[in-house]
Design a protein. Sequence first.
Length: 486
Amino acid sequence: MPIHFGTDGWRAVISDTFTFHNLRMVAQAIADAVASGSWINGGMQGREVNPQRMVVGFDTRFLSDRFAGDVARVLAANGFTTYLAHADAPTPAISYSVYNLNAIGGVMITASHNAPRYNGVKLKSAYGGSALPEQCRQVEVFLNDNENTARGPNLVELEHALEEKKIIRFNPIPAYNDHLRKLINFDAIANNPPHIVIDSMFGSGRGVIRGILQGTGCEVREIRGEMNPGFGGVHPEPIMRYLGALSGAIGSGMGGFGLATDGDADRIGAMDEAGAFIDPHKIMALALRYLVEKRGLRGSVVRTVSTTRMIDRLAKKYGLPLHETPVGFNHIADYMLKEDVLIGGEESGGISFKGHIPEGDGILMGLLVVEMVAAYGTSLRELVNDLLKDVGPAFYDRTDLRLKRPVSKAAMTEKLYNEPPAAIGGESVSEIACTDGVKYIMADDSWLLIRPSGTEPVLRVYAEGRSPEMVRALLGFGEQVAASVA
């Protein structure tokens, strides 16, 4: 059974590998791992939790509700009191429920921003963030052991489990909203309520931002908020190529700016009044500046290696410690669990800040964008322009380059590190980092990140430059590297 947990769970094509049988086997392995005792040591983080309580949620994908019901049936049959969401919900709401209900762990049925044909499992630890790598490995060990011994999953009938309160249906949104009200200044929003378009991309964030903003005076229009497991034929990922509907809505006067969340609402994207896409790099930088300058907050700053160095320039300006991590929010969560982090985020749109669980949250960050626009009393476009005058200019792009043959990730990383170019695009290479792949940092603070995939013959290439021409030069060097692999 080709089932492996990555940095944020397991994903596979529905009815190919993601089947009811395989999911039940995974659920049994999760139950075994959680019950083994070692799971508690990795997930409690000094908190008192109920070791017999689990939470299960799901998104809007095809059969997600049925898949979630089967996971709950397996967990209940293994002695866990299982809280099963009554409807589709954002991943951050389910993650917060794990923390709020003092559960030992949680399971979210979602494939996040992936294509509609995929579904998946996100595994949550007691602190509300993604399960630790060692916890995921425990699940894989039990999965393999169970398959080798031909042990099938324990199962209980759903209706019977509901009657006996082994499975409890619940609504995760009210408690999640109450938590968000402690993190967002709704008075500031109500004092200057903006006109907003929300693009839920047919995902499980539908209705959530609109609902929590009721009573603030904001005029909120939501698009793509109905149930559509096919996501309208696009990836539910809040990047420019999939946000034509949002651009059209803003152009037709439905709102002064737009917010977009992905399939399970743990990622954020935005669009200004002119229909220009505001990427997560700018959103995180705007948020950092706002939290320090308007809210007066302090703390360390954490970003992944593929995230803008505007963050570095702001952290230096404010005298805040900065940490660079490998790609994946789980690495950011590690810092959020052990020190006072003001904000942490990654280029894909997963961002969180002080007071929240260690989890990327598109709903939270969307609301913070609304608060920023209201508090500054200006447009999102003007906020971005002012940011770029302060710590820019900054242009960004990325591409995945197919190699002619598979290569060793370690060997290619070593080669790129030991044989760096003297200059790219007319700027000398001033620093080389190996946090995740190889990152060449130029004298003007432009940078190129090359990350060889460990599972397929692909180079993931990221570039940030002080001009579009510099970005093209950086990506061009990545293309030369890919072409050189014989």
